[in-house]
Design a protein around this ligand. Structure first.
Ligand code: PRP
Length: 212
């Protein structure tokens, strides 16, 4: 049987995820010296680490080619999918927020409003819950540009430190949802490889709930 595979989101969540694995005693030497390799072995454990983009972590876990994954709640909320979400890992903390140009009120006036975002599903759901019709324009990155260029009345985006908003003359109008990294597990793996997965999941759960 192939090793247990865990898909990690490359980039922002990577360092903290590796720190959790090391705290559990896994040898992450290959991850520290990975070069351009995307599948890394954990010596002494029947485990492989796969490095992928956030949305792809969900795809690989949903299809069962990876048993577990670490991905942000932002991607889970936008992408959806069938898997178990078994732990809030407590890192990668930030939030979704509705932001506008400083001093503006998104809710003033009667004209239909336009939102620019990398997260159209999250945005549509947020305004649907308010029974408010809005136009959504999908942007791939640096969404803060859209209201500055006059493309939209506001943005729905991730805010971590708030620096990007501040340095571009924008401010939060309203919080949308808190975000943090989550551990997800493939539904079939949870049954078929229960004996191997359960101890790993509970180790991770206790590692992230213990005081640092
Ligand atoms: C994210 C997000 C904001 C920024 C927020 O972008 O979309 O632009 O980080 O962080 P801050 O509140 O700490 O300033 P990212 O760096 O992922 O790049 P992107 O906009 O090109 O997607």
């Amino acid at each position: 049987m192939r090793p247990i595979r865990i898909a990690l989101t490359k980039g922002r969540l990577e360092k903290d995820t590796v720190a959790v694995l090391e705290k559990l005693g896994y040898d992450c030497e290959e991850l520290h010296n990975k070069g351009r390799r995307l599948i890394l072995h954990i010596p002494g454990a029947n485990m492989e680490v796969v490095l992928a983009k956030a949305a792809d972590v969900i795809t690989y876990v949903e299809h069962g080619v990876c048993d577990m994954g670490v991905v942000g709640k932002d991607t889970i909320m936008e992408h959806g999918g069938s898997f178990f979400e078994v732990a809030d890992l407590g890192f990668g903390r930030c939030r979704f927020a509705l932001a506008v140009k400083k001093g503006e009120d998104f809710y003033s006036g009667y004209a239909e409003k336009t939102i620019a975002t990398k997260y159209p599903n999250v945005t549509r759901l947020f305004f649907a819950e308010k029974s408010m019709d809005i136009r959504v324009i999908k942007i791939e990155g640096s969404v803060e540009l859209a209201p500055l260029l006059g493309l939209s009345d506001g943005i729905v985006d991730i805010v971590e430190t708030g620096t990007t908003l501040k340095e571009n003359g924008l401010e939060i109008q309203e919080e949308v949802a808190p975000i943090s990294a989550r551990l997800i597990v493939n539904i079939a793996s949870m049954k078929m490889r229960k004996k191997e997965l359960e101890p790993i999941i509970s180790q991770i759960q206790s590692a992230v709930t213990e005081a640092p």
